[in-house]
Every structure is written in structure tokens, then in C-alpha cells.
Design a protein around this ligand. Structure first.
Ligand code: GCO
Length: 407
């Protein structure tokens, strides 16, 4: 049996674009149109309209925290023109959580950009840092009275990887050189936003906010112990898992470490090129682990190992995403339980402070280029009727959230 602290955050995560619907001023919306995707995001879960209802479900599932994101393209649909109506909307969304005693964790950038920003060169443009800064100030000035936990940027390296390295997501660039530029801009954007958020709270005489990023972590394992594979694992850990956080810590720009954890990836490198070393994966089915419906390896032990690794920074850790897409709901419960047991074991063995666990996701939602078929939700969504149905795994998780312990 594993006991969690009394003040532990229990809940789930969502991002605006994936659940709200109708985000027509965003670069993703444009990308969907241009690529002619089979399943555009459309109305998604109509969460923009039904958030009260969805938060009532979260409340009934004993969640005391919820992560959401603010859609930049709603707040600033045209360059420099900020929508008071949309700022008001997000304030209402946050108040709707708070009146249910659910602590909001607010993300400022979750993969999508306003179309005007994308057209001006997106994150390649050095001005992106100031554009983001201006947006962040607007939002934080409007919401600071209601929010303590901020996540500036969701999964910066995942974003760069899909959008600028392998070029599947907008703006579909394939270049290591550009990826480096974008990573640097994202890093600088966070540091600048971090300082701005703290300044705004100081000027408003509010107690300090807690600001971080959501860092995706993936376990990399070589399926054959060759020198090339070992080098690849070393490089991937360095570039994809650790460097970004390390740099932010050196800049005193993290108040906690936000972690998104899903999977293990098997590394099998076919050449000495940078392309091979950074991108090749095992295609020979060597992994015997259970998988989610997208074929990702399920590996709860990995979360334990990462928590141990991050102890050296002496900062609280917050699991901001951990989830499984599956059509077998009993696998969802096994997934949650397995990861919670590992978090608990890490907390007990080395006394590292983990402050919360947010499952991805509250609702089934729009999984980017994969459309609507991957089902991540604690709550099932019927996209035709927008009806919600609570899954059994959600009920089991609700007991953990209430009792603060896992058996
Ligand atoms: C990410 C994002 C989410 C995803 C989730 C499942 O990790 O890519 O934060 O938007 O939907 O992770 O893939």
C-alpha cells in the first residue's frame, strides 16, 4: 500500500485546442485544411461550451487539480489585438474550477500558435520571444489573482521534433539547424516569461507563483548493445530529456519540474549519421512490453528512474501528464496504478517531493495528426452527440484521489 501526502494534487490535464473546438485562428486549423486531414479538430469535445459540465465530472471524480491551456489564437487573433471577451472566458473557466475547489494549472503554450504568428515566421523568428512575452503579460495580468501554478510551454522538444525536425506538424520544416534555433527561442521565451510572471505577482502584491514547463521524458533503451546504439542513447538522453531542464535550472527559471511521461522507446541505429543517431528506432519488434493503441511501450518503472534522476535538483516534481490511449479500459487502470506505485516507491525510497499527479486526459480528445481514434480519456466522449460517459478506470482513480493511497 502506498500513501501520498495530504496536500497532493490529484487530477487530469487537457489542452485548449484538443478539447475546445472551433479554434479557427490557429496555425493547426490552417494545417488541417491544407493537409486535407480525414479528421479535422472541428468541434472537438465542445469543451469551450461545456466546461462547467466537464469540471463537474472532474469534481465528482474527486479531482482537486486540473491542467488546462489558454489558446493564444483566441486571445490575440490578430497581431497586437487582444480580445477582452476571450480573456474573460478563460477567467470564467478558471473560476469554474475554483468554485469546485479544483486548483488550476495553466499552460500558456500547448503546441498551437495564432496564424498571424506562424505567418510571421513562427518560432524561427527571433521576434517570437517578444511576441510570446507580450501575450504572456496580458494573460498573467488578467488572471494572476486566480492562479498560482503556471506552465509556460508544453513539451518544447516534442513540439520542435514534430514541427521542425521530422516536419509532420505545422510549419512542416525538416532541419536540425532550424530545430536548434527553435529550441533556443523556446528556451529564451520561457526564461523571459518566467521573469515576467514573477514580476507581475510582485507588483500586484501577490504571493509568489510557481512556474515551470511541461517536459516530456522518454526512456531510451538500446535493443542491441552496440557502441552506436549506446552513443545514440546517450545523445537522446542529453538532447531530448535533460539538457533543456538543466539550462533552465542554471538560469534559475524553474520553481518545480513539470513532467509528462508516457513511454519507453527502443533504439536501434542503422548508421553513424546524426539523423540515425537521433532518430532511428527499432523496427524489428524486439520489445515485448504491453503497448497502447498507438504502439507505444508501457514502462512504469521509467517514471521511477526519472524521479530518482531529478532528485539532484532539489525541486518539487509535478507529474503534469501520464496516460494511455486504449480501447481496453482495464489496461487504463493498470497503467495508472502501475505508474502511481512507481511514483510512490520513488517518494518513499529517496524522499523526493512529488506534489501531484495529473492523468492525461480528463476527456477523450483530438490527438493532433492522429485524429480522434486514440482514446486517452477517463471520460469517454461520443463525438456525434457530445455525450460524456465515465469509464470504470476513472471511478477506480477517483477512489485513489479521495483516499490518497494506492493498493
Ligand atoms: C503531448 C501533449 C498532448 C498529447 C498527449 C498524448 O504529450 O504530445 O502534451 O497534447 O495529446 O501527450 O500524446
Amino acid at each position: 500500500m502506498g500513501q501520498f501526502p495530504k496536500d497532493f494534487f490529484w487530477g487530469s490535464s487537457c489542452s485548449a485546442y484538443q478539447v475546445e473546438g472551433g479554434n479557427s485562428n490557429s496555425d493547426w486549423w490552417e494545417w488541417e485544411k491544407q493537409s486535407g486531414v480525414k479528421e479535422p479538430s472541428g468541434n472537438a469535445c465542445s469543451h469551450y461550451e461545456f466546461y462547467e459540465n466537464d469540471f463537474e465530472l472532474a469534481k465528482n471524480l474527486n479531482h482537486n487539480a486540473h491542467r488546462l491551456s489558454i489558446e493564444w489564437s483566441r486571445i490575440e487573433p490578430e497581431e497586437g489585438k487582444f480580445s477582452t471577451k476571450e480573456l474573460e472566458h478563460y477567467k470564467n473557466v478558471i473560476l469554474s474550477l475554483k468554485k469546485r475547489n479544483i486548483t488550476p494549472v495553466v499552460t500558456l503554450h500547448h503546441f498551437t500558435n495564432p496564424l498571424w504568428f506562424a505567418k510571421s515566421g513562427g518560432w524561427e523568428n527571433p521576434k517570437s520571444i517578444d511576441y510570446f512575452f507580450r501575450f504572456v503579460r496580458k494573460v498573467v495580468e488578467a488572471l494572476c489573482g486566480e492562479v498560482t501554478y503556471w506552465v509556460t510551454i508544453n513539451e518544447p522538444l516534442v513540439y520542435t521534433y514534430y514541427s521542425y525536425t521530422i516536419g509532420i506538424w505545422p510549419p512542416k520544416v525538416q532541419s536540425f539547424k532550424v530545430s536548434r534555433v527553435v529550441n533556443n527561442n523556446l528556451l529564451k521565451a520561457h526564461i523571459k516569461a518566467y521573469k515576467a510572471i514573477h514580476d507581475i505577482y510582485k507588483q500586484s502584491n501577490l504571493s509568489s507563483p510557481l512556474v515551470s514547463i511541461a517536459k516530456n521524458l522518454q526512456v531510451f533503451t538500446a535493443c542491441r548493445s552496440t557502441l552506436r546504439n549506446k552513443l545514440a542513447v546517450y545523445l537522446r538522453n542529453k538532447f531530448f530529456n535533460f539538457d533543456f531542464i538543466h539550462k533552465l535550472i542554471k538560469n534559475n527559471a524553474l520553481d518545480f519540474i513539470g513532467i509528462n511521461y508516457y513511454m519507453r522507446g527502443l533504439v536501434d541505429v542503422k548508421g553513424w549519421g546524426l539523423n540515425n543517431l537521433l532518430l532511428d528506432v527499432c523496427k524489428e519488434g524486439h520489445s515485448k512490453l504491453a503497448k497502447n493503441s498507438l504502439g507505444w511501450d508501457i514502462y512504469p518503472q521509467g517514471l521511477y528512474d526519472f524521479i530518482l534522476y531529478f532528485k539532484k535538483y532539489n525541486l518539487p516534481l509535478f507529474i503534469l501528464e501520464n496516460g494511455i490511449c486504449t480501447d481496453d479500459d482495464s489496461a487504463r487502470w493498470n497503467f495508472i496504478r502501475g505508474h502511481l506505485l512507481n511514483i510512490n516507491r520513488a517518494m518513499e525510497t529517496i524522499g523526493v517531493k512529488v506534489i501531484g499527479y495529473l492523468y492525461w486526459s480528463l476527456l477523450d480528445n483530438y490527438e493532433w495528426d492522429k485524429g480522434f481514434s486514440p482514446r486517452f480519456g477517463l471520460v469517454e466522449v461520443d463525438y456525434k452527440t457530445q455525450k460524456r460517459r465515465i469509464r470504470e478506470s476513472a471511478k477506480k482513480f477517483a477512489v485513489v484521489c479521495r483516499e490518497g493511497q494506492i493498493n
